[in-house]
Design a protein around this ligand. Structure first.
Ligand code: HEC
Length: 182
């Protein structure tokens, strides 16, 4: 009664399987390309913020814009459920902690946009350590950092501080969701 399966069903299933495999391959390549673009954009900024290269706000803005373009929804869309293959360093934890993964992908967009807005803020380059002005003046306690995280608010901060937040966001996603390969 299932004699149709060997005749055409297997071929059809094979075709579907191959298509799914090809799709996974495409999406893995697409997100690795996207991550490489993010990495390439970040590369010139490190020496600028460490003082080894001349600081150029226009480059910071351009790089931050590239990172922001690849973050958030476009990044999330490149991680359909279970899209892994031997070339992929994506960990299954992504789909087990999807909300956290999405939050980090979105956070990358916010901090990168913030960096673009903060690019000219080089005066008070040292991150402020002590109590904030608001706290000193007896204002309401600051909300949890992530609740207050908007690109506009970050745009008021020193560029170096926002750059560090961008790097920390890369790191916290990679440490949870990307396989370490040597
Ligand atoms: C929301 C999570 C997340 C964030 C945020 C994130 N990454 Fe990634 N990144 C990944 C994952 C997952 C992979 C592995 C993708 C794969 O191999 O399928 C990856 C891979 C990479 C790669 C290797 C690409 C390749 O060709 O294999 C580079 C480079 C990279 N990320 C740079 C960055 C930089 C720089 C930042 C911050 C500016 C960043 N990433 C932020 C999740 C993230």
């Amino acid at each position: 009664m299932n004699s149709w399966i060997p005749s055409m069903g297997v071929a059809a299933l094979l075709a579907v399987g191959l298509a799914a495999g090809a799709l996974a391959q495409d999406v893995v390549e697409a997100r690795q390309d996207s991550m490489s673009a993010i990495g390439d954009a970040m590369k010139p900024l490190r020496p600028m913020f460490s003082g080894e290269a001349t600081y150029d706000p226009a480059t910071v803005r351009a790089s931050a814009d590239i990172v922001a373009e690849h973050a958030g929804a476009p990044l999330i869309a490149l991680f359909p459920e279970g899209s892994r293959n031997p070339d992929s360093a994506a960990l299954p934890a992504i789909w087990e902690n999807w909300a956290e993964f999405e939050a980090l992908a979105n956070k990358l967009g916010v901090v990168a946009k913030g960096l673009a807005l903060a690019a000219d803020n080089t005066e008070a380059a040292a991150p402020s350590g002590g109590a904030s002005m608001g706290a000193l003046m007896g204002a309401a306690p600051a909300p949890a950092p992530d609740a207050a995280l908007t690109a506009e608010a970050l745009g008021e901060k020193p560029a170096a501080e926002v750059f560090k937040m961008v790097g920390d966001t890369c790191g916290s996603c990679h440490s949870q969701f990307r396989e370490k390969r040597s």
